[in-house]
Write a protein that binds this ligand. Structure first.
Ligand code: SAH
Length: 350
C-alpha cells in the first residue's frame, strides 16, 4: 500500500482523513501544528498523540520534506535555493531578505506552458505541476533557517494553471494552526488567466499581481500568447472584479524592455488602462538572458517612465534587480530543466 503524504492535505481534508479512520477531528489541528509550527517530520515527535494513533499513522501516512540541493548567495544577501524533486526534476525558490520582513518567491510548476517571449522559464518545456506538498515544502525548508514573512508566487510556472494545489497551499499558509501567515502577505502573480483569477478570488483571500507588460493587444499578443485568449479588455475587467484583502491594491507588473515597451507613450497608455483600478505598478527592468534578443531598457527610459507615473499619483516601485549576480532575479529561474545545458550551480546558470 502506498502511504499518504499529509503535506498534501488542507486542515479540512486532514480532518476528513482522520474522521474516516474513526479519529477525533481535533487530532488534525495537533498534527498540523507539529508539521508546520514545530517542523516535525515523524509521528514519533508528536507526543500529544497516543502511541496507538502514532503507530496507525506511521503505517498509512508520512510527512514529506524537501532539502535544498544547492544554494547561491548573492552579494545583496538574496539566496537562491535549488530543490531536487523526487522524480529528479527541480525547481528554485528565492529568499529576498529585508530585516525581519523576508520575502520568499516560490515556484508552482516545473517549466511553464505560457511561452512568454521574454521569459527564461518559458523557453523550457512544461514538465508538470507541483503538488501541494512540493509548493508548501519550499517554505518549510527555508523556514528552518530564516523567518519568512511574505510569500510571492513569482517563481517558475504559472500559478493559476495549477489552481487547486496553489489554493490548497494558500489555505495551509493562512491556517492559524498551519504556517499562520497573513492574507495581506501572500501574493499570487499571473500572466492573466482571467477565469482562474475569478476562481482564486472566490475560494481564498490573497493579493493579486498581474504581469501586464504591454499596453496594446498587438504587442501583448506577441509578447504573451495568453493575450490572444484573454485580451486586455477582458483581463482588466477581471482585475477590477478581483476581491483583494482589505486596504490592498492590485499589483501590475511591467517588465520594461529596451525599445519595445519603454516609451512615454507606453506609460501614458498604462495609466489610461489602469486608472480605474486601485493599483500599484512594479516596474521590472528586463533581465537579459542567452537566446533572447530583447535588451534591458536604459536607465533614462526607466526613470522617465517611473516619473511619468509618479507625477500622476500612481504608486510605482522600480524593482532593483535583486539577486542579479546569482541569476535569481525575475524570470531567471529555471531549475535543472535541461540536463545538458546545466552548469554547476556554484558557477551561476544563466
Ligand atoms: N507566471 C507568473 C509568475 C512568474 S514570472 C506571471 O507571469 O506573473 C514573475 C515575473 O517575472 C512576471 O511579472 C514576469 O513578467 C517577469 N519576468 C519574466 N521574465 C523576465 C525577465 N527576463 N526580466 C524581468 N522580468 C521577467
Amino acid at each position: 500500500m502506498t502511504k499518504i503524504d499529509l503535506k498534501n492535505f488542507s486542515l479540512n481534508e486532514l480532518e476528513q482523513f482522520l474522521s474516516g479512520k474513526g479519529k477525533e477531528r481535533f487530532r488534525a489541528t495537533q498534527i498540523f501544528k507539529w508539521m508546520y509550527q514545530f517542523g516535525a517530520l515523524s509521528f514519533d515527535e508528536m507526543t500529544n498523540l497516543s502511541k496507538d494513533l502514532r503507530a496507525e499513522l506511521q503505517a498509512t501516512a508520512y510527512i514529506s520534506s524537501m532539502d535544498h540541493s544547492a544554494v547561491e548567495v548573492g552579494t545583496d544577501g538574496t539566496r537562491k535555493y535549488l530543490f531536487t524533486l523526487e522524480d529528479g526534476d527541480s525547481v528554485e525558490s528565492v529568499l529576498i531578505p529585508d530585516e525581519g520582513r523576508n520575502t520568499l518567491c516560490i515556484s508552482t510548476q516545473v517549466g511553464c506552458a505560457m511561452k512568454c517571449e521574454f521569459c527564461l522559464t518559458g523557453t523550457f518545456k512544461f514538465r508538470r505541476n507541483l503538488s501541494t506538498a512540493e509548493i508548501i515544502n519550499q517554505i518549510c525548508a527555508v523556514k528552518r533557517e530564516f523567518e519568512v514573512r511574505n510569500i510571492v508566487f513569482m517563481g517558475m510556472g504559472e500559478p493559476l494553471q495549477n489552481l487547486d494545489n496553489v489554493i490548497r497551499s494558500i489555505e495551509i499558509m493562512l491556517e492559524g494552526n498551519g504556517l499562520h501567515l497573513s492574507n495581506r502577505r501572500i501574493t499570487v502573480s499571473t500572466c492573466g488567466l482571467v477565469p482562474e483569477m475569478a476562481e482564486l478570488g472566490s475560494r481564498v483571500t490573497c493579493n493579486l499581481a498581474v504581469s501586464l507588460n504591454a499596453t496594446t493587444d498587438e504587442l501583448r499578443d506577441r509578447m504573451m500568447p495568453i493575450n490572444r485568449k484573454y485580451p486586455l479588455e477582458e483581463l482588466l475587467r477581471g482585475c477590477r472584479e478581483f476581491p483583494l484583502p482589505s486596504r490592498r491594491k492590485l499589483t501590475f507588473e511591467y517588465v520594461m524592455i529596451g525599445g519595445v515597451n519603454d516609451s512615454l507613450e507606453d506609460a501614458k497608455r498604462l495609466l489610461k488602462l489602469t486608472s480605474d483600478i486601485p493599483n500599484k505598478v512594479n516596474l521590472i527592468p528586463f533581465n537579459e538572458h542567452d537566446g533572447c534578443e530583447f535588451r534591458s531598457p536604459t536607465r533614462e527610459a526607466v526613470d522617465a517612465f517611473h516619473k511619468y507615473l509618479i507625477d500622476r499619483h500612481v504608486t510605482v516601485i522600480t524593482r532593483d534587480s535583486r539577486g542579479g549576480d546569482i541569476s535569481a532575479a525575475c524570470g531567471q529561474l529555471k531549475g535543472k530543466l535541461e540536463k545538458n545545458s546545466l552548469l554547476p550551480v556554484d558557477q551561476g546558470d544563466a
